[in-house]
Design a protein around this ligand. Sequence first.
Ligand code: GLC
Length: 531
Amino acid sequence: MAHASSPAETEWWKSAVLYQIYPRSFQDSNGDGIGDLAGIAARLDHLVDLGVDAIWISPIFPSPMADFGYDVADYTGIDPRFGTLADFDALLAAAHARGLKLLLDFVPNHSSDQHPWFAESRASRDNPKRDWYIWRDAAPDGGPPNNWISDFGGPAWEWDAATGQYYSHAFLKEQPDLNWRNPDLRAAMMDVLRFWFDRGVDGFRIDVLWHMVKHADFIDNPVNPDYRPEMGEMHAVLQTHSTDQPEVHAIAAEMRAIADGYGARLLIGEIYLPVPRLMDYYGTADAPEVQLPFNFQLIDAPWDARSLARLIAEYEAALPPGGWPNWVLGNHDRPRSATKRGAAQARVAAMLLLTLRGTPTIYYGDEIGMTDTDIPPDKVQDPRELREPGLGLGRDPVRTPMPWDAGDGAGFTTGVPWLPISPDWRTRNVAAEDDDPASMLALHRALLALRRAYPALAMGDYVSVAAEGDILAYERRLGGERLLIVLNLGAMPQTFIAPEGGFRPILSTLPGALPDTVMLLHPDEGLICTL
Ligand code: GLC
């Protein structure tokens, strides 16, 4: 018999810390140099020791891997490189047995061009699945129907000689866009969600949610007046008519209604939009959409106290009633935190990520301070880099294998890894950091332990205290519990005069003695204090 879950159970994701696994690079169990599901299962104890609550696994579905799994050829299967459905069920059971939730990656904007649906769609203009994808006639000059540009460069349209029309692809031509205006496609994709929910998954991260619906009239996008070629060709036009259309919201709301039908499930939307438009993806009280529209602002934020304090305040103020915040420092598409900020500031950034109000997501490897790895030209895998080389847009550097120990293959593989292992893996690896109380791993464990020990850190209000020079200070408050977080964002020592006495430092980002009376912060130091 079904039992009604309490709000705390239903909203487990509010106090949770999420962890993103890029499955090709987490743990290989069969020596083919590519991570797999059995590998993830073998490493769950690392995640439990770290103290995270849920994992999100990037796509594991059958795929030709033109975009490393973001080109799905079967939405309800498992790619043999990653294992089998039985391996998936075993992983899910093993995660649940440890109290970990598991989220999958739903890729609704496009399928692979190898998906049987697309084979049917391109077979003829009158195929019943023709309209499951987006087909348009050529412009009068025979060129593409409009000026839309793929996110990976080049026109967002591919000519199909056999049927004499173009199809739309927001990414690679191997990733044809699905037509969400078609009710049968829509129903088939909603069934995909049900398939995995029925198997017990705890939710989804939804790929490029804001891309899913295009303007019905396919009008040209405006030219971007600020475009510079080094930005990547996609930025030559503004994606005004190819993304973020009003019709997407009813679709997101339908996904949420399905998720809610299963109880205590989480939907996260991948959405790169300015804050006011991002907020629309929370939906309304009557038609809620995703619980967490990803907030990527910290990835590129200017690293000074005033800018950060303003960004936090504006984001908090923009949240709709009941909207829960979330924060991210990196993912499989963006430079790593330790590369952007340097090793010392990456520790401060971790303290920021894990003490702001809202659900944080940790990108695999960031907990040991992994940096971006230079990939020699002959080892490049990412289509983003191959299509527009040399602009620094490639994502291989942030997708290198997780270094587990100092043995050959870094404990990741007994074979040849699909991407080079980071050059510092013999010293920067999980085993080496495991025993080192000064390590980034130890800091992450301490931060996550504090989030459990102090409900104010996980669920409390955010109160800005100071933002001057290199000092960013804020409180988290819940009931009578108050914590003060003071971050030195710079490389000079700083004195912080606490607004009131009686604070007690309980954790520093740096090893060594904690300050007691006057708060003297070392360069690149962050402190958490009780008040
Ligand atoms: C998302 C994914 C990215 C992928 C793209 C196309 O942005 O995060 O890795 O290439 O969508 O699916």
